[in-house]
Write a protein that binds this ligand. Sequence first.
Ligand SMILES: Nc1ncnc2c1ncn2[C@@H]1O[C@H](COP(=O)(O)OP(=O)(O)OP(=O)(O)O)[C@@H](O)[C@H]1O
Ligand SMILES: [Mg+2]
Length: 264
Amino acid sequence: MSRIPFEQLPADVRQAVVDKTGTVHEAQTVRGGMNSGIASVLETESGSVFVKGIPANHAQAGAQRREAAIAPHLPTSCPRLYWHLELDGWSLLGYEVVDGRHADYTPGSPDLPLVEAALTELQGVTAPPDIEIKDAMDRWAEYAPPGTSQYFGGDALLHTDFAPDNVLVAGERARIVDWAWPTRGAAWIDPGALALRLMEAGHSVESAVAFARRFPSWREAEPDALAAFGAATAALWKEIAEEAEALWKRGMALHAKALAHTLG
Ligand SMILES: Nc1ncnc2c1ncn2[C@@H]1O[C@H](COP(=O)(O)OP(=O)(O)OP(=O)(O)O)[C@@H](O)[C@H]1O
Ligand SMILES: [Mg+2]
């Protein structure tokens, strides 16, 4: 959807934000991501805040609520959620600002060890049992080879969308944002999802898999589980690429096919 500037939100919605932050001095729309109808850094009386929001009747409104629900359970590599507002047809989240840039995943990038450190921290987090999040077995069942979906099960908290837009590098730290798809499952899934994005950024499949192997969860996973992941990822991206013609989606489908071949 197209993104509107903060000033174009309905007056009562802006007032509700002001009630949280104090006077808004300046609002700057940010680049990156797709679904958020508004994504702005606000300079306010109480400091800066990143606000992302979508119309409450938008198909992704459920994702935004999941994002709010998981926020208190996230490790320090993720920015803090300050508040969640739902009013006058809008759902807004107010976050700690990460004053950084999108991660550079290209081979040899100095960002890669920072991304590794952020994901390592996340790998130690167990999915909270008391909130409703997706289960990896359900998410991948449709795409995984018959009889393999149990491999995806586990109790780790997974992010699953490591598009470089969703990893911000600020100083010596990478921060993971955009928790629209928090998922409970096997811990090795996130290193696998990241590996595919490294390929998109120019890594060979060998280099991407070597990066995944830095994570104990990946090294300790059963080869059959990783083969099922490769096959499921290839099937998923093939479907995405066929549904909507876009060059980057076709590229992702080709990388996923190569990953499946290597893991299979
Ligand atoms: N805490 C933050 N501080 C500064 N900038 C941020 C922060 N969180 C996200 N951003 C920037 O805003 C962009 C959009 O945010 P985000 O990725 O959370 O939403 P999205 O991708 O538009 O939404 P969705 O996941 O619903 O599609 C990010 O790509 C990033 O550049
Ligand atoms: Mg995003």
